[in-house]
Design a binder for this molecule. Structure first.
Ligand SMILES: Nc1ncnc2c1ncn2[C@@H]1O[C@H](COP(=O)(O)OP(=O)(O)O)[C@@H](O)[C@H]1O
Ligand SMILES: [Mg+2]
Length: 260
């Protein structure tokens, strides 16, 4: 039975999608069968982060009742499995967002973990993703506007009886203008379970259309995501030999020997 984990926030642009795809990648590096769902139907961007590959079936088709959810699973080059939402505004028409929870339940026998990249704010879409999740991670930046909005997201999660796993403070620069972790914890009344540094490796990986955990496994950002994944899974994370997905070796061998 899959565990459903929503990645949510109050404010937009704080690092939800980055966290969803990197946490998903890190979970699979710990041997879990994972899928990342773009539950942000109005402004979807999981696939944009992954190079916007053309896909024949999206979550929109499933919600319109045309396809089964398992037909919308797509394997990215990095090995990460995703269920994209359509970027076309036209595709939003006739989509019944209230069906999200039901169609997601069809995934529960196929995966260990389903990571939901939610939309920001307290609107219907984000509430549905909170309602579909067993556990919620709240993403914020170490700045008052983001933390204030995170508080509202937490209250909404609590209202809908979602278990808040903790706070991920993303894009941490470590300068004197930032809020400290204890300060963030005091305001939000939940533990900070990860502090993700601001680093250009993330922008570089976005440019490469891959999760940073995949392109820069030794980066401090990747280590922070892997530690977070280990914490959630109750595994021990050791910085040692870098875990590289099997698909990477397959591609390397194919490249070396010209195998198609
Ligand atoms: N740790 C980080 N370091 C540097 N840039 C980051 C980091 N995390 C996210 N970003 C960048 O911030 C922007 C917003 O991140 P994104 O994950 O899309 O946020 P959201 O999904 O909450 O809107 C993106 O351009 C992303 O590349
Ligand atoms: Mg996003």
């Amino acid at each position: 039975m899959a565990k459903f984990i929503a990645v949510s926030s109050g404010k937009g642009g704080v690092g939800k999608t980055t966290t969803a795809i990197n946490l998903g990648t890190a979970f699979s590096q710990f041997g879990r069968n994972v899928v990342v769902v773009d539950a942000n139907l109005t402004t979807p961007n999981v696939n944009i982060h992954l190079g916007a590959p053309k896909v024949s079936t999206t979550l929109n088709d499933v919600l319109r009742g045309n396809k089964h959810i398992t037909q919308a699973v797509y394997e990215h080059e990095s090995g990460l499995r995703v269920i994209p939402a359509s970027v076309s505004l036209e595709a939003l028409k006739k989509v019944d967002v209230d069906r999200i929870k039901d169609v997601l339940l069809d995934l529960e026998h196929f995966y260990d973990l389903v990571v939901l990249d939610s939309s920001a704010g307290l609107g219907k879409e984000s509430v549905i993703s909170l309602q579909s999740a067993d556990e919620v991670i709240i993403i914020t930046n170490p700045e008052l506007p983001a933390v204030t909005d995170a508080l509202k997201a937490i209250k909404t999660a609590e209202k809908h009886k979602a278990t808040v796993l903790g706070i991920v403070v993303s894009r941490v620069r470590g300068d004197r203008y930032e809020m400290s972790i204890p300060n963030v914890e005091a305001i939000l009344e939940y533990p900070v379970i990860a502090s993700i540094p601001e680093h250009e490796h993330v922008r570089e990986s976005l440019h490469m259309k891959h999760p940073v955990v995949y392109t820069h496994p030794k980066s401090h950002v990747s280590k922070a995501y892997k530690k977070l994944a280990a914490k959630i899974l109750g595994e021990i994370y050791e910085e040692g030999p870098v875990l590289v997905p099997e698909s990477f070796f397959k591609k390397l061998v194919k490249g070396l020997f010209g195998v198609k």
